[in-house]
Structure formats: C-alpha cells, structure tokens
Design a protein around this ligand. Structure first.
Ligand code: ZN
Length: 250
C-alpha cells in the first residue's frame, strides 16, 4: 500500500498538521495558530489550507483530525467542543473538509486519536490492553481492550477525567462530584494549594493581630518575637505575609 495520509490535531491555540506515508512515517509537519475566535468555518478553511500546504497540492488518500471534544463518529459532525468559541455544536466538519480536499476525512476525539497512535506506533505496540492518560488543563484518555480502541456509542469511552474518584468530593463544572479531573488536574492541584496557603495566611494574620492586641501570651502558636518590626527573619516573613493578607483580607 502506498500513498500519503494527513493527520491534524485541532487545539484551542494551535493546529498541528503532519503528512505521513502508508507505514506511518511522518515526512512533513507544520503548525499554525487556530485563531478559534474566527469561528468554525474559518478554522476549517485553515485546516484545509494547512493540509494542502503539507502535501504540496498533491492528492492525499485520507485525512484524520483529532478534535478537542465529542464528535458524531458516523457523520463527522461535531457535537461539543467545550473549550472553543461557539462550542462547535452541529458543525459538519468532516463533510466540509471532504468537499475542500476531495478525500475521505475522519474525525476523532484528540485523546482517543493519541491512544490509537500509541497503540500502533508507540508504547502500546507490544500490549493487548492499555489506558492512556492525557494530562493537561484537564485529564483525557483512551481505552484499548484486545488491541482495539474502544469508543462506545458516543465516542466517549475512555473519558477518564470524569471518572468519580471521591464520591463526596468537590462539585465540578460537569455537574458531578469528585471527578478525577476536578481533583487531580493541574488547575485543580493549583487551586488546592492556593486554598491551603490562604488558610495559613489567615491563621498567621489572626495570630499576629491577637498577639499584638492582647500581649505576648497570645498568638503563641507560631512563637513570634515580641517586637515584630525588629525581630529578624521571622518578622520579615511576617511582614510580607501581613502585607499579603492585608491586600486579600480586609
Ligand atoms: Zn466530571
């Protein structure tokens, strides 16, 4: 089998394209900005132009597009891209690209596309079953059983970011409690750390003012020097915290 195939990863900020031979060897890559604010029509036109540039205008056998959301697997119509403007509900993306490029076009969720890539060309080559975790702003994934990528009826199988891991955990944007993505993604961990720091800040602020108002036998828990303005390192740290607390907690 010979011929050339194109792959495109549609992201919120950039579109990555690659041209490969029938054995999956990548021969050319190119990345362009998504400019998603221009809307689906303009973005699809940019994808078509990117593929045409990659192939030098030569015919390609098929195009596969990894997309940041859910897509109707049968028709290639987009269903819901949560992080793109207008969320791309009901955009006939595959048909539009097919019309522009004249070749079969298949759309697949980007995490499932990455899983398929790892299965055939990466770490999954020698295994029968695997789960792929994509860690980024959110947590996505893909599921392989018996060397087949499993998609489920909606193409949402392997959406492990919404697996419940803490039944009584915090309420997440999707409406469920304790989703893996809600407690273990980068932003979730950063938010947890900020909450922790704020509690420490409130406690130190309380200790400082209690001691100042009621004398040295209060606010003992953190062992402040009697005169915070001349007390060396601890008071310098305290002054920084105090300034920070003053700006955050009036
Ligand atoms: Zn969820």
């Amino acid at each position: 089998m010979n011929g050339m195939f194109a792959g495109v990863d549609l992201g919120g900020t950039k579109i990555a394209g690659a041209l490969a031979d029938a054995d999956g060897r990548i021969v050319r890559t190119e990345t362009i900005p998504t400019q998603s604010h221009e809307g689906p029509g303009a973005v699809l036109a940019r994808i078509a132009q990117l593929v045409a540039d990659l192939s030098g205008g030569a015919r390609i056998d098929a195009l596969g597009v990894g997309v940041p959301g859910l897509v109707d697997l049968g028709t290639g119509t987009t269903l819901f891209f949560p992080n793109l403007p207008t969320q791309w509900r009901g955009v006939p993306a595959a048909a539009t690209l097919r019309g522009r490029l004249g070749c079969p076009v298949l759309l697949l969720n980007d995490c499932r596309a990455a899983t398929l890539g790892e299965l055939h060309y990466g770490l999954g080559r020698g295994v029968r079953d695997m789960v792929l975790f994509m860690l980024g702003t959110g947590i996505g994934g893909g599921l392989v059983i018996d060397r087949k990528l499993r998609l489920g009826p909606l193409g949402a199988a392997g959406e492990i970011g919404h697996q419940t891991v803490l039944p009584d955990g915090p309420l997440f944007g999707c409406g469920k409690r304790g989703c893996l993505q809600g407690v273990a993604s980068g932003p979730a961990i950063a938010a947890l750390a900020m909450t922790f720091l704020e509690f420490i800040g409130i406690f130190l602020y309380w200790a400082y003012w209690t001691r100042r108002s009621h004398g040295p036998k209060y606010g003992f828990a953190i062992g402040l020097p009697d005169n915070p303005t001349t007390g060396g390192f601890k008071s310098s740290s305290l002054q920084i915290l105090r300034a920070w607390c003053s700006s955050n907690y009036r």
